[in-house]
Design a binder for this molecule. Structure first.
Ligand SMILES: C[S@@+](CC[C@H](N)C(=O)[O-])C[C@H]1O[C@@H](n2cnc3c(N)ncnc32)[C@H](O)[C@@H]1O
Length: 284
């Protein structure tokens, strides 16, 4: 008999809790499972993928079978140790680190947003991909699924503890080949450049030159861009058409939320990671 996995709405705000998008709580989600509630990661993973598939928050949830397959493959709970498995697969932002004053510093982004940005990025097998803002490492694992064994994924995280956590999660889930670098993503990672794709998952209000310079010909950069004075953030794709010329693609339609203090841009306001100069690779 088909029944439901119910994604519960949890209290908002505090560290270690989930945070939903603005507005009313998400509707209960219908998914094909054998139990009304389950702690089975595989069932929850499948239910989350079904949920994203059925959402119309973004214009095109799961436009491609590749992104859907990546979501069905990556065991999110291994990247969120200490959280209950239902929380790990909840279709909500999961705050993973707070500052002393309670401000959220890092999070696992909302799965709908992650899916939409991956669709924009259009990673192909064999691509060299740079991610800025590793946080838990979940998105890096999704990128590794998309780039395949012939591809290369490097992810940068400015916070030393978070970088170590991302490394541990990727190891636990078997993504030893993903490179985690503790560094300031505003510098990119020239050692592995050029990249066919660069995805920024920390908010930005300008495009730093390192990203342009480290993109391969015909490369694509995805940035959640804070639009000056509007309070809006849109994930925008920039395609490198020719050296020195980036052309914008389609933005996401929705406002982007999510926790994570953006410490990168512009350069004058950037806070440097005290433990990671020069860039420090995390041993797999
Ligand atoms: C919203 S989280 C990223 C979500 C993540 N990619 C995921 O899979 O869910 C943003 C992350 O960017 C990191 N960050 C902020 N500024 C950064 C910078 N200049 N360089 C590298 N990482 C940065 C934060 O520490 C935080 O962990």
């Amino acid at each position: 008999m088909a029944s439901k996995v119910v994604f519960e709405q949890k209290p908002a705000g505090a560290c270690g809790l989930v945070r939903g998008p603005a507005g009313p709580p998400p509707a209960t989600v219908n998914a094909v499972t054998t139990d009304t509630t389950t702690a089975d990661p595989e069932q929850l993973r499948s239910a989350l993928a079904d949920y994203i598939r059925g959402r119309h928050t973004f214009r095109t949830p799961f436009r491609t079978p590749q992104v859907e397959a990546a979501f069905r493959a990556v065991p999110r709970h291994l990247f969120l140790p200490g959280m209950d498995v239902q929380t790990a697969y909840a279709p909500q932002v999961v705050i993973t680190k707070c500052a002393d004053d309670g401000t959220a510093i890092s999070s696992a982004s909302h799965p709908n947003l992650v899916a939409a940005m991956l669709e924009q990025l259009e990673v192909r097998p064999g691509h060299r991909v740079l991610e800025i803002g590793a946080a838990t490492g979940i998105n890096a694992a999704l990128l590794a699924e998309l780039a395949g064994p012939a591809g290369k994924v490097v992810t940068i995280e400015i916070d030393g503890d978070l970088a170590a956590g991302a490394r541990a999660g990727l190891n636990a889930a078997g993504y030893h080949h993903v490179e985690v670098i503790c560094a300031d993503g505003a510098d990119g990672h020239p050692a592995r450049a050029p990249y066919d794709r660069i995805i920024v998952t920390a908010g930005a209000w300008d495009l730093v030159s390192a990203w342009w310079q480290q993109l391969a010909a015909d490369g694509r950069l995805i940035v959640p861009l804070l639009l000056h004075g509007s309070g809006l953030t849109r994930s925008i794709a920039f395609n490198l058409r020719q050296p020195g010329r980036m052309v914008s693609g389609t933005p996401t339609r929705r406002r982007i939320g999510g926790a994570g203090r953006d410490r990168a841009w512009p350069r004058k306001q950037r806070i440097r990671c005290p433990n990671c100069r020069p860039a420090v690779p995390m041993e797999p």
